[in-house]
Design a protein around this ligand. Sequence first.
Ligand code: 2X7
Ligand code: FE2
Length: 304
Amino acid sequence: MSHPGRIVAGVLSPHPPHLIYASNPEQNEPRSSQAGAWNGLLDGYEKLRAELASVDYDVLIVHTPHWKTHTGHHFLGVPHFEGKSVDPVFPNLFRYNFRLDVDVELSEAIHDEAEAAGLSTRMMRNPEFRVDYGTITSCHLVHPALNKPVVAISSARTAFDYSNAAGDQEMLALGQATRRAIAATGRRALCLASNSLSHRHFTEEPEDPEDPAFEHAYNANQTAWDRHILALMRAGESRRIFDEMPDYTEQCVAETKDGCLSWLLAAMDFPTMAAKLHGYGTVIGTGNAVVSWNLDAAREEVGV
Ligand code: 2X7
Ligand code: FE2
């Protein structure tokens, strides 16, 4: 392979903590009934993991909506974190004992590239930092062994303070900086955009949160927009997704506002290959899709 430092694959890997809860891993304290409300998404993650079994990578880089930083883009900067991560909205579902290694050299390289591009940035050096549930959930569902280092990038507030378009322009610069840092450090990186798609959600839970009779999309507008974005992904139209992102975010109340998907598309340099949809499903009314762009497989196909 003639591309030593590269993104081997990009993944849209949503993080509803419900999916961890439903899997009953030993790290998570609450136990689920496994009544099956989210099986479509859990199957989607299983298919994704089967695909990634033949992809070699050194590091997972995740952009997460639930590490919210008011000034600029922050990067984990301590080699090892451990502790308990609790979802503030769903503490009944997610109280997860985590241990995470960080690729600090790569994290610093992305930070430096982003700073050189004029973005406001900061390394997070607090060893007691409680890693957010977006990072943990996406990494766990993509790679349950969690035995590879991670780089986590926070969600800055530009889209919230200014406009969706301004937020996406920053994610374009951050994605390009990420791409340059990966090439310069020679890493084979798996990049994860941790966001859900449509994000209107119910504000009450049934007695069993996993009751399939309760789970459905919040409304048809949400689903229609999600379908449109997924069709563009499968058609290889990632540049058009980026162009439509401000409207999608606004009209679909999408979690893309936090920038993860825009960052991923920019980091991958707007691939024209067809993305693979592994699964789509709702969680407490929100739309969630597990999608991969297997860039290494596409390179193999054209022999580069
Ligand atoms: O953070 C989330 C989410 N994005 C979607 C659904 C449910 C809970 O948490
Ligand atoms: Fe979320």
